[in-house]
Write a protein that binds this ligand. Structure first.
Ligand code: SAM
Length: 376
């Protein structure tokens, strides 16, 4: 991991990090990309398949148990400086029942929070990622109440990869917390919910930011993103499925040995076409890939037109040979590094599910860099 002289703590020892709900390691990749001097001393994840992928890439198998069963003594035992947490989102999603603290999937996170006042060695830094909607939940109120009580200052963000040059709409909520006497570089944002990446950069010292972008600003933001084409395994889509399959088959990813499996059946196009989000290689935006991508077509992520019609608004979808983005392409859009790989036994549906649960490294890395920066 790259060294950062100005990182939190300033000493020579790397910061000791605990990664909760580690999934396929999006947080750990973000930490590496942030270049902070940190070491993940343990990761916690209940899902066997996710742990297979994590182990395959990092050579360490996360602690495979229920986070809800961890005690204050267990946590003190790690002597961690920082906790990174991306708890399950379902209790707070708009599509879900929004049962919030009443949802069993929220229990482990609430349990961890409630242990905080009893820790002999609480962390100095804390980072939480979740869906938009979390910020108005009872669980959020509990998080802020406990952080206040245990001497943390917080800054909260809602940010999307689109704000970092990635053509991907995946706004997410982030809570950054530092235990006093540590403080943020830009203290004027304490206790605020910020919707711009500006405060993450040291030179950004204005107290005013425009959260509500004008139409014109939104357009400029989209235009500044790279095109979808830059994230594709196949740069020149054509209708020649066999030729494309051969190209894909050269990779070491055995699931990708047939491009045929990525084409959307015409029966689905006929039935759900009007609800599909279709993008083109030159598009500067695509929709959030969820864990149900490939299992359902409606609202789970964008589909790629492999045949470019002359007039997009008039062309029939059936002629555009729609295909799903491959797992590697979804990983690219999530800004995972090239050397990230799935072990062979992970099925296609599992790959999409694990990626859909993960996060955008392009967004989380600068947030972690800001969190770990230690102002003088
Ligand atoms: C939103 S995902 C986080 C994904 C992760 N950040 C990544 O990059 O892949 C939440 C993860 O928490 C795991 N999980 C949910 N409840 C858990 C619990 N009680 N104990 C341990 N892991 C849990 C799920 O299996 C899932 O992988």
């Amino acid at each position: 991991m790259a060294d950062a002289a100005e990182s939190h703590g300033g000493g020579n020892e790397p910061q000791r990090v605990l990664e909760f709900y580690s999934g396929i390691g999006g947080m750990r990749y973000s930490l590496i990309r942030a270049g902070v001097k940190a070491q993940v001393v343990e990761a916690f994840e209940i899902n066997d398949r996710a742990n297979d992928v994590y182990e395959h890439n990092f050579g360490h198998r996360p602690y495979q148990g229920n986070i809800q069963c961890l005690t204050a003594a267990d946590l003190d035992g790690y002597g961690a400086d920082a906790w990174l947490l991306s708890p399950p989102c379902q209790p707070y999603t708009r599509q879900g029942l929004q049962k919030d603290t009443g949802d069993a999937r929220a229990f482990s996170f609430l349990q961890i929070l409630e242990l905080m006042p009893f820790l002999l060695k609480p962390p100095s830094l804390l980072f939480v990622e979740n869906v938009v909607g979390f910020e108005t939940s009872d669980t959020h109120a509990k998080l802020i109440e406990i952080l206040d009580r245990t001497n943390f200052v917080t800054q909260e963000f809602i940010l999307s990869p689109l704000q970092f040059g990635i053509p991907y709409s995946r706004p997410r909520y982030f809570c950054l917390a530092k235990r006093k006497p540590y403080s943020f570089v830009n203290e004027i944002w304490n206790r605020q919910l910020i919707q711009s990446p500006g405060p993450l950069y040291e030179h950004f010292d204005t107290a005013f930011i425009e959260d509500d972008l004008s139409q014109e600003d939104r357009h400029k933001l989209l235009q500044s993103c790279q095109p979808i084409e830059s994230f594709l395994e196949l740069k020149n889509p054509s209708n020649n499925i066999e030729a494309e399959s051969a190209t894909l088959g050269k990779g070491d990813d055995n699931v990708c040995d047939s491009l045929q499996q990525y084409y959307v059946p015409l029966s689905l196009v006929e039935r759900w076409g009007s609800a599909m989000d279709v993008v083109y290689p030159d598009s500067k935006r695509c929709c959030c890939f969820t864990k149900s991508y490939y299992r359902y077509v409606k609202g789970t992520g964008s589909l790629l037109a492999t045949v470019q019609p002359e007039k997009r608004d008039k062309a029939s979808l059936k002629e555009q040979c729609l295909r799903y983005f491959t797992p590697r392409e979804v990983a690219n859009i999530h800004s995972f590094p090239e050397d990230f790989k799935f072990p062979d036994h992970i099925s296609l549906k599992q790959r999409y599910a694990l990626l859909g649960n993960s996060l955008s490294i392009a967004v989380v890395a600068p947030l972690l860099q800001y969190l770990f920066a230690n102002p003088q």
